[in-house]
Design a protein around this ligand. Structure first.
Ligand code: MLT
Length: 253
């Protein structure tokens, strides 16, 4: 039932599969699967949204698609979810792409900010969340010189339901510490970060790179947190250079 050439891309918060539109056709020879996490893109919500429940839901989606093993790539919340996959089903992971993400838990200040965002999403909806997030998730270069990307990101966020945004915030603020997972990773791993990412900055990427044996680190110039949208050619190039390693290396975590 498994295919060695499946790449599963897991979206960030508060996006859906469309954030990967510049990646969907970029990897010849690979089947690219872009599942929506619960609540996003009209996918049904969970009663108790947590990152590990998102990971369970993702694995169930792959079961339904007949995909047993795959290379998993996730950006930010997508990365948090992949750490959940590694906790639950490491044997299903052929390789890892950890983009603009981190392993640490939220600080008390960050949790308080998430509560404020939950109130904002409930009171004023996705467009208010887009207004709050865009100055943080897009790099300075994109904000100053790429109005098309700014508008696209706004539209992608505004397309998501407020309930999914609330659930995502709850899931992220209760996520477990994923640092212990790093030491158990033995599959090929690449870590990608935009050099203007201030949400999960290059220092987080360097930390993961230092902890995952044999990993590579790619820093993308003039890109912020949404590196796949801001600098798709560099982002896709890093993945194209990495994927062959996952086919020649059959180690498991
Ligand atoms: C994301 O990009 O998925 C989120 O902004 C990450 C976070 O807020 O921790």
């Amino acid at each position: 039932m498994s295919s060695p050439s499946v790449l599963v891309l897991v979206h960030a918060f508060p996006f859906g599969a469309a954030m990967w539109r510049r990646q969907a056709e970029a990897f010849p020879g690979w089947r690219v699967v872009m599942p929506a996490l619960p609540g996003f893109d009209g996918h049904s919500r969970l009663v108790e949204p947590t990152i590990d429940a998102y990971a369970r839901d993702l694995l169930a989606t792959l079961d339904r698609l007949g995909i047993e093993r795959a290379v998993f790539g996730g950006l930010s919340m997508g990365g948090y979810t992949i750490f959940g996959v590694l906790r639950q089903a490491p044997h299903r992971v052929l390789g890892l792409i950890l983009a603009d993400t981190r392993t640490s838990v939220d600080s008390p200040d960050r949790r308080a900010a998430r509560e404020r965002s939950i109130a904002l999403a409930r009171a004023s909806g996705p467009s208010a969340i887009a207004g709050e997030m865009i100055p943080n998730i897009l790099g300075r270069t994109t904000r100053e010189s790429r109005p098309d990307v700014v508008a696209e990101v706004r539209a992608l966020i505004e397309a998501q339901p407020a309930e999914a945004i609330v659930d995502g915030l709850r899931a992220m603020m209760t996520r477990p510490d994923s640092q212990p997972v790093l030491d158990r990773i033995t599959v090929p791993t690449t870590i990608i970060v935009g050099d203007e990412d201030t949400v999960t900055p290059p220092s987080d990427a360097r930390f993961m790179h230092g902890r995952v044996r044999g990993s590579t680190l790619v820093t993308i110039p003039a890109a912020g947190h949404m590196a796949n949208l801001e600098a798709p050619e560099a982002f896709n190039g890093a993945i194209r250079a990495f994927l062959p390693r996952c086919l020649s290396d059959t180690r498991t975590t």
